[in-house]
Ligand binder design. Sequence first.
Ligand code: GLN
Length: 502
Amino acid sequence: QLPRQKELFGHPVGLYILFFTEMWERFSYYGMRALLVLYMTTSTVLGVDDRGTGLGWTDQEALALYGWYTMLVYVASIPGGMIADKLIGQKKAVLLGAIVLCIGHGVLVLTDVWAFYTGLGLVIAGVGLLKPNISTMVGGLYKEGDIRRDKGFSIFYIGINSGSLLATLIIGFVVAEYGWHAGFGLAGIAMLLGLVVYLYGQKYLKSVGSLMKVEKAEDEISYGKLYGELPKSPMQLTVTAILIVLSIVGWYFMGWGYGLLFLFITGIAALMMMIYKDLPSRIFKDRFMVLLLSFIMTIIFWGAFEQAGGLMNLYTDSKTDRILFGMEVPTVMFQSLNAGFIIIFATIVANYWAKRKLKGKEASSILKMAMGIIIMGFGFLFMVFAVMEFDKSGSSSMLWLVFAYLFHTIGELCISPVTLSFITKLAPAKYASLLMGVYFAATGLGNKVAGILGESASEFGEYAIFLGILIFTSAVGVVFILVLKPLKRLTHGAEDNEREML
Ligand code: GLN
């Protein structure tokens, strides 16, 4: 069990160290991400546009690379988690990730094209090492059954979003003033600050993130040995075969991108089946299954939610009346609403669920996630109204967007930090980081789905897409609520008897 830790505002001090480390990491990630597509598509030379020369790519080329980048950055969490579980533990993996990120952003300051690709590669590796493992460490700060764990994750989530908010507010000005590479440099400086915070805070993180000592043979991870567990049963073979066929068909009919995507999914599915077999008891196996099932909600949630940066962003830009007090509100400002709402509502939502639970009412993670997906989906109703208004009068009010983002955020708060916390309650210790990695890969996949959905708007129209998302996500949420009981049974009481443990 955990030794007594120093506390601040009712939580271990370590939480705030992880909070600020992650805040700066997310600053660098979202800051850089905000520049990426614009940098790739800008071709003007210095003097015409102060931001300097971009890469001069077409929109399509830039968006394709952007889609791969945002997916890979999260898929990299799988190897990142494996390295932590097997080789160095979470704490060192976060340190290594932070260093790699500093180097990556540093390389992006250079103007050569090789530097661009190398920098992106390093950022992908760095996030892969840092993101899943810092999240697992948050869970490690709390004892089993401590009801504060979910709240801790919500606080951590405020850190994430403070980073993204600050970055998106500041970086545009820096780029306008000093050029693209100064923007990338700013991301690097932010990450350096994160590294400093993390190094300073090591004394508060003594009890978490170390490599697990192998005491029993079953605790030993041998990814090599897992080969022996390669899918063999008829059911596993069928699943694998279907996925492989999908990869080939995808490749043939929809291009190599889709082929590769399905191949990734095949690999992840095979790995999951091998790990399932390797788990020592029924309890572990059942809990593992619940987690994987809940990741279905993850993929669908992010697939819908991430319309924010795509379709909803375009809608804001071209079809929304953005005049407020005689001045035009810039489109990018709407991207800050989500982070702003998170900072305001995170603890309110977490406290609501905690109070419910203490009163003995149903407040399991699965219920919260299902409610999250429904509430987020409901946000699209406002987008449907917006489109209806636009069709009638040629313009639509920005209030629709504010309400849409509000519901999206409340939904996000019910599902996203909750899933992080849920993983740290259910995952077997030896695969804890790997499973966190798989979760982030699922969010990455959701991002990809969002891109595909957004593209199809040109074919089906915004009304159909927004309404479709509303109906589909509500249906998925309802299905999960209907099977709440059996799913909860599979958790074997992991969330029963949660209480305050100081
Ligand atoms: N916005 C959150 C973050 O950056 C969630 C991202 C995700 O899970 N893909 O951590």
